[in-house]
Design a protein. Structure first.
Length: 94
């Protein structure tokens, strides 16, 4: 699924953090940081080739719990996964 989904750390990073580093070095550092993270926040708008754009705003923790929103075609759903149970609450358009 091609798209523009990005996971980033907080602000305040050094603009030259990757200066002089190869793509492989940057990727290795990103994988290491991701594996050490207790949680992450995904926000983006991936688009399937023949589909409508999808807006995601989801936080995930190391216990596989997540909470956030998914939007598509003007409809919004709140999503929560906690202790192996998925909760989904859609608006009227959903």
């Amino acid at each position: 699924m091609p798209g523009g989904l990005t996971a980033c750390g907080g602000s305040g990073g050094d603009d030259d953090a990757f200066k002089g580093k190869s793509a492989d070095e940057v990727a290795a550092r990103a994988v290491k940081a991701t594996r050490q993270a207790d949680s992450m926040h995904l926000r983006g708008s991936p688009r399937q080739e023949a589909g409508e754009p999808l807006a995601l705003d989801i936080a995930v923790d190391s216990e596989k719990n997540c909470e956030g929103t998914v939007k598509q075609q003007g409809a919004t759903a709140q999503v929560r996964h906690k202790s192996a149970t998925l909760y989904l609450k859609g608006d009227e358009k959903y």
